[in-house]
Every structure is written in C-alpha cells, then in structure tokens.
Design a protein around this ligand. Structure first.
Ligand code: DGJ
Length: 537
C-alpha cells in the first residue's frame, strides 16, 4: 500500500511555475491511504466511497450501445462504473494499439459525472482465455497453453514469460494512454488486472514444463515468506504447512502434502507471479491502485470446480509473497454468507473491495452492512445495466448512503464509530457497543406487525447522539459508562445532509418512535434519522 505525496517544490518545477503552487493545484493520483482505523480510497485529496455497478462483459464494447446506458446508471445513483476493456479490442494487431473505445467511454462517463474502474480482460477471464487477440490465440507455440487430461485447453499457461510480457506490454500501453488523457481529470480511479484467474477442470496444469516445476523445490521467496509471516498466515494454510512438518525447504508436496491443496498453492504461485508482473508493468506507466478478484470456492468444492490458483483466502499468502504490485485482493461476493466472506477478505493489510455482487433487494441491504461494518471501498453489483433499478431498492440505498458518505467516511477513521447490519427472520437482532452504550438493533415491530427484513447503518456523531439510515429495524440503548442508569429518547429527527450540513425535517414522535420507547426505521422506505438520548434515575 502506498501513499502518494508530491512535494511542492518538485511539483512547481514539473509545472514550470515560478513559485510554489496553491495546494488546490496539487492533484495526487487516486490512491489508497490509511487514515486512522480505516484504509480509504483517496480521490482529489478526499476519502471516496465507490457506490458502483459492474457492466456485463460485453456491454462496453460498443459506444453506440453505451450511449443509452450511462444516463440510466447515473439515474440509479451510481458514482462509479466498473467497465470492461479487452486486450483483443485494443491490440488487434501486434504492436498497434487502438484506444478509440477507451476515449469514447471516458467521454461518455464524464458527461454523466461518473468515474470508471477499468477491468483488464486479457490473458484470463473466468479461468479461460477468450479475450486475448487472435494473434495470441492462434500461436500456441509462442504462447503455450495449459494441459489437462492429456489435452491442450484454450487456457494460456501462466508460466510463460513471453505471454506475460505481451499481456503486460499491452496493459502498460493502456495505462500510458489513460495517463495522457486522464491524469488531470481522474475519471479512472483504479484497474482490475485479469478476471477470475485459475485453472478449471483440474487442480493444476499437467504440461511437461508444469510437472517439472512442480517436482522442483518451492521458490525460496515463498518459503522465506512462510517463515517470516508464520504467526499471521491464513489459518488454513498455516495448519496445512504445520501438518506437513512446517519445513523451511522442499518440493510442493513435501511442504504441503500429496493432495490437490499442494496443486492449488502451486498454481496460485504461477498466476500470482504473472499477474503481479502485468500490474507492475502497468503501474510503471501510470500508478493507479490495482486489484485482482476471486471466483469464491463454495463449501466442499475442490480446486478444479472453481479456478485453482485464484486468490482464495487460503492461498492469499502465496499471492502476497509473489509480489507487491497488487493493492487489493477482492471477492466476487454472490454467496449467501455475505458477512463471513467479507470478514475473510477484510484484513488490516487488505481493505474490502467488492467488484461483483448481487443487485436488487440483496444488494440494497448488503451495501449498508458493507459500508457501516466493513469500511468497504467499492460496492458493485454485476450486470448493473440490466438491473433497471432507477426506482428500486438499490437506488434508494445508494441515494441515502451517498448523502451520508462524507460523514461516514470521516467516522470510519475512528474504530467502532460506525456499524452496519442486515436482519431477517433467521437473524432478527444484533448488538454492538458504541460511544458508551450497548446498542441493540432488532427487526422493527409495532402494534403486532413485524418487519420481515431490515438493514441499515448507525454512526456515533457525538455524546448521546447517533445518526442512522436504513429501513425495517428499531434500536434501543443500554448505558455502559457510569452515570444515571436509565436511557430515554430526547428527540428523533428525520432529515438529510445537504452540502455537508444536517438539515432536520420532521420531528418523529408518536408512532414513529413508539411513543418514546424506541428509535424506529419503518419498513416502507429508507430514511435517515438522528437521535439524541438522555439519562435518568
Ligand atoms: C464472474 C465474472 O467475473 C463475470 O465476468 C461474470 O462472468 C459473472 N461471474 C457472471 O455471473
């Protein structure tokens, strides 16, 4: 993770200015920065939350088709669009680049005040190699492929240096071009490198070259990492290594046992070296944050059922040992255990970034949890242009969160000052501590009617004061700090932030706060409310 700072004298030299420029003229690139308790995405000097959506794979290959899409995405409350750009379309002939599509997409996005994260669909997409240009696909001697079950499959081998150089050269050309056309506008915020890498159909490549490498000692960079990071390794990897004697050197099976788990670690090393290499070539041209993402393994799935070698939590240490050009390892989070997978990816060294997830009601709920509980950098339902949600649940959530974003991003910097939750009949309540209180959140219930689902976030905004947003839940408080033992609701105000200022609307008393017995968010719409409390004997 890096922090970019330009010193004023150096910048003034670069700009050819006689005196140091005003701070407002200093425009660091979009980057990640640790601010207090949170790692945040910084754009033009301020923390930025990507309320995003990812286009389906082919949508952005036609500027004509995209003309109609951008205004709808803006109307849905998105501020960022994850937009595919493929190797085949920018380098149709070797060494000759065509960036007309990239330029057109930038122009269209800017017209709607939208930011872009480009997805580099190149050597691999969902494990396969459908996106390289045809001069790569047809030259199987120069660009070798993976062998599975004795057959060459249409998957480029991650061990081939020549493929990595060709892919990296094209990616670097793309980054150089983005720098030329966008380094002052910052429309492009980050890059995804490749797409869900890994081998499908077998746990590893069975080519002669792969068999030879698999029988050779594990690279010393990786064994040194295992020893240096012994206490912070992923628990599954740590257990596997320990179970095989925690050796300091040896072959893949000597270190990790004679099972598909060793194959998966071996493939992870190969893909990681390749992808870090491509990312590094791109960063050398234009240094934007870069991530890879993962087709998550379902319970009991074997490496082969999901792409073997992709950055699953249990092989993340291998990816990290393999290089430092990738800033984030991200899950494609379609699984029902949204919080469990979020916790597995969100670590001190890895902020949570969700490039693909469900849209609709599930997305509308999960975004509150991801922002409030996990400090997510990017929340991005897939195939967003097909979701037709302009008046739907996701749009309501995005609109509410967008207004709160400056406050929430500021409070995320203090540990425990924001919380998010999703409730349903199976998980009807959650408790957390915040600002001197235990906060009890339950599904809303009034006059015998109970909500079927609820979601929201709560931010502590001052002594005895909280701000919340969401729907279908109610909140009560138990004091933790010394003082009068009971807590009452002083006032609940519905309202909104306009230009960073809280503008109260209705005073919510009566049924809206259950006659003073609870802070309620009814089920019929997403609302934003502030509560102040008082203590009494
Ligand atoms: C994950 C991939 O990364 C996407 O490109 C797309 O294929 C989706 N799966 C489909 O659900």
């Amino acid at each position: 993770m890096r922090i970019q700072l330009y010193s004023l004298p150096i910048l003034s030299l670069v700009l050819g200015l006689g005196s140091a420029p005003l701070l407002s003229q200093v425009s660091a690139l979009p980057h990640l920065e640790k601010r207090g308790a949170a790692t945040q995405f910084i754009v033009d000097g301020k923390p930025y939350l990507m309320l995003a959506g990812e286009l389906s794979n082919s949508a952005s290959s036609s500027l004509e088709a995209m003309k109609l899409v951008w205004p709808r995405l803006a109307a849905m409350g998105l501020n960022t669009v994850l937009t595919p750009v493929s190797w085949e379309l920018i380098e149709p002939t070797e060494g000759s680049y065509d960036f007309a599509l990239v330029d057109g997409l930038l122009e269209q996005a800017r017209a709607q005040h939208l930011h872009i994260v480009f997805l580099w669909l190149a050597s691999w997409k969902n494990g396969m190699s459908s996106y390289p240009p045809v001069w790569v696909k047809r030259d199987t001697r120069r660009f070798p492929r993976v062998i599975i079950g004795g057959n060459e499959v249409e998957v480029l081998s991650p061990a081939a240096a020549v493929t990595q150089q060709a892919d990296g050269r094209a990616f670097a050309a793309l980054m150089k071009h983005i720098k030329e056309v966008d380094s002052s506008a910052h429309t492009v915020l980050a890059m995804q490198v490749e797409n869900e890498v890994g081998v499908l159909g077998d746990s590893r490549d069975r080519s002669e070259a792969a068999n030879k490498d698999f029988a050779a000692p594990v690279p010393s960079v990786l064994t040194a990492y295992l020893q240096a990071q012994r206490d912070s390794l992923d628990p599954e990897l740590h257990a596997l290594w320990e179970a095989n004697g925690a050796k300091a050197a040896g072959t893949w099976t000597e270190l990790f046992g004679p099972t598909a788990r060793a194959d998966e670690l071996f493939m992870a090393w190969r893909y990681a070296r390749f992808v870090h290499g491509v990312a590094a070539q791109g960063k050398a041209a234009y240094n934007l944050p870069m991530y890879v993402h993962t087709w998550l393994a379902e319970d009991n799935a074997k490496p082969a059922d999901y792409p073997s070698g992709g950055p699953q939590p249990r092989v993340l240490d291998v990816w990290k040992a393999a290089g430092s050009a990738l800033d984030i390892y991200a899950p494609d989070l379609y699984a029902s255990d949204f919080s469990g997978w979020s916790n597995r990816y969100h670590r001190d060294s890895n902020p949570l970034f969700i490039p693909e997830t469900n849209s609709g009601a599930a997305g509308a709920a999960n975004v509150f949890y991801a922002v409030g509980e996990q400090n997510v950098l990017c929340f991005s339902p897939f195939a967003i242009e097909r979701s037709r949600d302009e008046k739907g649940d996701l749009t309501a959530s995005y609109n509410a969160i967008a207004k709160l974003a400056p406050l929430v991003l500021d409070r995320q910097q203090t540990a425990g000052a924001t919380h998010g939750f999703v409730l349903d009949k199976n998980h009807p309540q959650v408790d957390f501590t915040m600002s001197g209180y235990t906060v009890h959140v339950t599904l809303d219930e009034i006059f015998g009617h109970s909500a079927q689902s609820g979601y929201g976030l709560i931010v502590s905004t001052g002594p005895d004061e909280f701000l919340g947003a969401g729907k279908g839940f109610r909140v009560s408080f138990t004091p933790l700090a010394a003082g009068a033992p009971k807590v009452g609701i002083n006032a609940v105000d519905e309202g909104e932030f306009v230009d960073g200022k809280w503008l109260p609307g209705m005073r919510l008393n009566g049924d809206e706060n259950d006659q003073g017995r609870g802070w309620r968010f009814s089920s019929w719409q997403v609302s934003t409310e502030k509560v102040t409390l008082y203590r009494f004997e």
